[in-house]
Design a protein around this ligand. Structure first.
Ligand code: HAM
Length: 430
């Protein structure tokens, strides 16, 4: 008999790796609690129309990737129902918000979730058919301030804090605005006109979308179509003054909070419910599937599935991708020396050898540079081989106080010579 295996695109998570999953989830719960979020758990399957009406018929998710089946009627009084394993959790949260009349509290609802999602995508590194998301949504009636750009900035700042606390370094926040529903409608018309002469040279999906939902052409992954897509107009030109002001206020609040971001005019995201702010946090270590997380504002979503006006903003992180990133980082870190010792001038070579001896005898892995190197060369070599650099100049030698720079955090610390072993033995992410 053939042995049974986990279905393609699904996998078992085993110890010790599950400890890392638990650590990520515990960090998320602890950070989200400080921002006063509570947990919501929605069903893993929902009525199919929930996703087609929110995520959008023309999206890849709904048109190609959902696990959908017809659920037989058990009795004559019951109707057969089309059900779908949730491909994402925002639609389910908004359905629950409407069903439980959470808007009637008059308060902002701040809800987070952790759980599996299902999409029939081509499996590859960081992309699975059952994957896990950690996400959150902030929504409520406009009178509760749910449209305020402050909410967008607060969510983004929370994400930066979460990634920093988890110890993920080297992320980039990419930010855009896709405008209001009216702006998007205008942009769709602009795109439709621009696409009319180009579509016949594009892939069959784009040919269809050029007519039905032109914005989705921007999600096309077919390499031959990319040069044509690059010539299409940008959404920024279609934003009205209110959308521009909202976006400017989000950026001003991020600047004030010290959260770094880059603007990406092409970031329209692959789901139809977005309005105004859209974002992704990407990471270079992930390869082709480089989005650690994605999200944005969805001011019309509740109404589109029959609910009251309830603007909102949220995100979902790919937990599988957080795990991959942390594992890669930990593997790289264990190969790095605790510190690179850089003597400042050849006269410091001998004292540096003596200091390196002290540190190595203390059990540390030390890379010893050379006083003949220029400082820039020492820094370049240090970044490749060690987690930190220690500069040994005449002043440091005399005072016995050394400056240690940590590459991951960028922080410089002054440490007395006698304390160096203890200081360097501590993990770099504290
Ligand atoms: P999404 O961009 O479709 O957005 O997914 C969010 C994140 O889930 C992605 O950035 C990625 O890290 C992860 N992800 C998606 N598909 C896969 C997969 N097949 N395998 C592994 N990881 C994956 C949403 O789902 C929206 N609901 C986010 C949101 C919440 N927007 C507003 N509120």
């Amino acid at each position: 008999m053939a042995t049974l295996k986990a279905v393609r695109g699904t996998r078992d998570l085993l110890p010790p790796e599950t400890a890392l999953w638990n650590q990520i989830e515990a960090t998320a719960r602890s950070v989200f609690a400080r921002y006063n979020f509570g947990e919501i758990r929605t069903p893993i399957f929902e009525d199919t129309s929930l996703f087609s009406r929110s995520v959008g018929e023309e999206t890849d998710i709904v048109s190609k990737e959902m696990y959908t089946w017809e659920d037989r009627a058990r009795a004559q009084s019951e109707k057969a129902q089309s059900l779908t394993l949730r491909p994402e959790n925002t639609a389910g949260v908004v359905r629950a918000y409407i069903e439980h009349k959470l808007g009637e509290t008059g308060q902002l609802q701040k809800l987070y979730y952790i759980g599996p999602q299902f999409r029939r995508e081509r499996p590859q590194k960081g992309r699975y058919r059952q994957f896990y998301q950690i996400g959150a949504e902030v929504m409520g009636p406009p009178s509760a301030g749910s449209e305020s750009p402050l909410r967008d900035a607060e969510v983004l700042e929370m994400l930066a804090t979460f990634l920093d606390e988890l110890g993920i370094t080297g992320w980039t926040l990419q930010l855009n605005s896709v405008g209001s529903a009216a702006d998007r409608a205008r942009y769709n018309e602009t795109l439709r006109a621009a696409l009319a002469p180009l579509a016949p040279q594009m892939c069959p999906d784009c040919q269809r979308r050029a007519v039905t939902n032109p914005l989705r052409v921007l999600d096309c992954k077919v390499p031959e179509d990319q040069p044509l897509i690059a010539t299409l107009p940008m959404i920024a030109a279609s934003l009205d003054d209110a959308s521009k002001a909202h976006f400017a206020a989000v950026m001003a609040a991020l600047d004030a909070a010290g959260v770094p971001y880059v603007r990406n005019d092409r970031l329209v995201r692959g789901l139809d419910y977005y309005t105004r702010t859209t974002f992704e946090f990407t990471h270079g270590g992930l390869g082709a599937q480089n989005a650690l997380l994605g999200g944005g504002r969805y001011d019309g979503l509740s109404e589109s599935i029959g609910g009251p006006k309830a603007p909102g903003i949220g995100f979902a992180m790919g937990e599988d991708r957080l795990v991959l990133t942390l594992q890669a980082q930990q593997a790289a870190e264990t190969q790095l020396a605790h510190a690179y010792l850089a003597p400042l001038g050849e006269a410091l070579n001998a004292p540096a050898l003596r200091l390196a001896r002290e540190l190595r005898r203390g059990g540390l892995r030390i890379e010893l540079g050379d006083g003949g190197f220029r400082l820039k060369k020492s820094f370049d070599a240090a970044e490749k081989t060690a987690r930190r650099i220690i500069i040994l100049g005449e002043d440091e030698l005399q005072s016995g106080i050394l400056t240690v720079k940590d590459f991951a955090s960028g922080v410089q610390t002054k440490v007395p010579r006698g304390e160096l072993v203890r200081f360097l033995s501590a993990p770099t992410h504290e």
